[in-house]
Design a protein around this ligand. Structure first.
Ligand code: BGP
Length: 465
């Protein structure tokens, strides 16, 4: 039997990228140093192949050609981000005029093709000058971010369909303050909590500023909603999953959508002496400025079990004291990235939003498959990435099921339209609908790019089942 996976009228099809992963740095472009640029300058060996953030997929130079590729791959929506360090090189104060020209040209080019444009203000990239002042550990950065957000609304609001405050704000918390794969790569739970709180406050201030600038404009936050699945029904495993979800998901989801933090999370912070410094006014700002819609990035589930580590007074507090990873036997996996593939996670997210968060409007803002050595799949000049098509299809089927069950999802954006630079992994894993020949900078459509155009045109796909 052939099943028609058709999506609701007006459903948006596209992809996401970020400024720091796509633009690159050109001589004379006036860009200031970001935390990534700085980290690469002092520890290039941390970056795969020692390829740093200045050598990304050269969107700064080639955006006109890349925007054509958006059309060729059926985009009706596209998300990118402004680099704070490009627009305001020192984080505060002077604006870099070439950056204004660049972003206006890019945004105009996208809109002229009838593609909806979602612009994110922050994708893991802080101007280094602000990092030196303490980065997100310092509340001062919140006000600097608010001023930056206001500047963006003033300069670009006429060209932007929808705004986004932050991409995956829990990631810099986890990776930069509880782990070591983002700068400043230190492990300090109290600092991690302060960073998370300051980011949430900054997000709410940007929502407020966006609406003050243009009451009709919608603004979201993008969260990696990784559902936490317990190893078993055992109460200790169940508790571990609940706490993992509190830390990794609900710490931003609840304040962003409902305006307040879960009591259980606040109790835990108090129990371990981790509370950040908050004022009633700040909590009021968070309460009053929830987002208009939500972006959801989904790659993999989080499988957890009861922790094996017990916290002793004086220990460095770690997530491992609350939950331990659980390796599900026989799981489906993308071996290149080491991430489990669990399509049903998207359905579970859809229902969680429907049932526990008042069924807000949301979009999938990232989902994708990074593969190493894709050139081995080249046949007659084109990368035949059937694995990527299967990956997307599998997730779209679960999304379709969630939408049929009433969840309010309005679009799907893949990560990403062209192979791009990826933080510490640089160009190891390729994600694009379009192949980037790193040496020649030549762009070539992959099979998935052609397939996606067809999906977008027919607003879904047919599948023999
Ligand atoms: C998300 C980020 C993206 C992108 C993607 C793929 O978490 O928002 O910036 O990088 O993951 O992950 P990676 O690049 O680490 O393979």
């Amino acid at each position: 039997m052939i099943k028609d996976y058709r999506f609701p009228a007006g459903f948006l099809w596209g992809s996401s990228t970020s400024g720091p992963q796509s633009e690159g740095i050109e001589a004379g472009d006036g860009k200031g140093m970001s935390n990534w640029d700085y980290w690469y300058s002092i520890e290039p060996e941390r970056f795969h192949g020692q390829i740093g953030p200045e050598q990304t997929s050269t969107f700064y130079k080639n955006f006109a050609q890349d925007v054509d590729l958006l059309v060729e791959t059926g985009h009706t929506v596209f998300r990118t981000s402004i680099q704070w360090s490009r627009l305001i090189p020192q984080g505060r104060g002077e604006i870099n005029q070439p950056a204004v020209n660049f972003y206006r040209q890019v945004f105009q080019a996208i809109r002229e093709r009838g593609i909806q444009l979602y612009v994110n203000l922050y994708h893991f990239d802080l101007p280094y000058a602000l990092q030196e002042e303490g980065g997100w550990e310092s509340k001062e950065i919140v006000w600097a971010y608010e001023a930056y957000a206001r500047t963006c609304f003033q300069l670009f609001d006429d060209l932007v369909d929808r705004w986004i405050t932050f991409n995956e704000p829990i990631v810099p918390v986890e990776c930069g303050y509880l782990g070591t794969c983002h700068y400043p790569a230190k492990v300090d739970a109290k600092a991690a909590v302060a960073v998370a709180y300051h980011t949430q406050l900054a997000s709410a201030l940007a929502v407020q500023a966006c609406h003050a600038h243009n009451p009709d404009k919608k603004i979201a936050i993008v969260l990696n909603l990784t559902p936490a699945y317990a190893k078993s029904q055992d109460p200790a495993d169940q508790k571990a999953a609940r706490i993992a979800e509190l830390f990794q998901t609900r710490s931003f989801l609840d304040p962003s959508l409902q305006g307040s933090y879960p009591d259980e999370l606040l109790d835990l912070l108090e129990e371990y002496g981790l509370q950040p410094q908050v004022t009633d006014e700040e909590l009021e700002v968070i309460a009053r400025n929830t987002v208009d819609f939500l972006g959801v990035n989904y790659y993999q589930p989080l499988r957890v079990q009861a922790p094996s580590l017990t916290y002793q007074e004086g220990d460095q507090l770690l997530p491992d004291h609350f939950f331990a990873p659980y390796d599900l036997p026989g799981k489906k996996i993308n071996p290149h990235r080491g991430w489990e593939i669990y399509e049903q996670g998207l359905y579970d997210i859809a229902l969680n939003l429907r049932d526990n968060y008042g069924n807000p409007e949301w979009l999938v803002t990232e989902n994708g498959m990074g593969v190493e050595g894709e050139e081995t799949f080249r046949d007659q000049g084109r990368i035949q990435d059937d694995y990527r098509i299967d990956f997307i299809k599998g997730h779209l089927k679960e999304l379709h099921r969630g939408i049929e069950a009433g969840s309010n999802c309005k679009g799907y954006m893949m990560w990403t339209f062209i192979d791009c630079w990826s933080w510490l992994n640089a160009y190891k894993n390729r994600y694009g609908f379009v192949e980037l020949d790193y040496e020649s900078q030549e762009r070539r459509l992959k099979k998935s790019g052609l397939w996606f155009k067809d999906v977008s045109r027919r607003n879904g796909f047919l599948e023999e089942e």
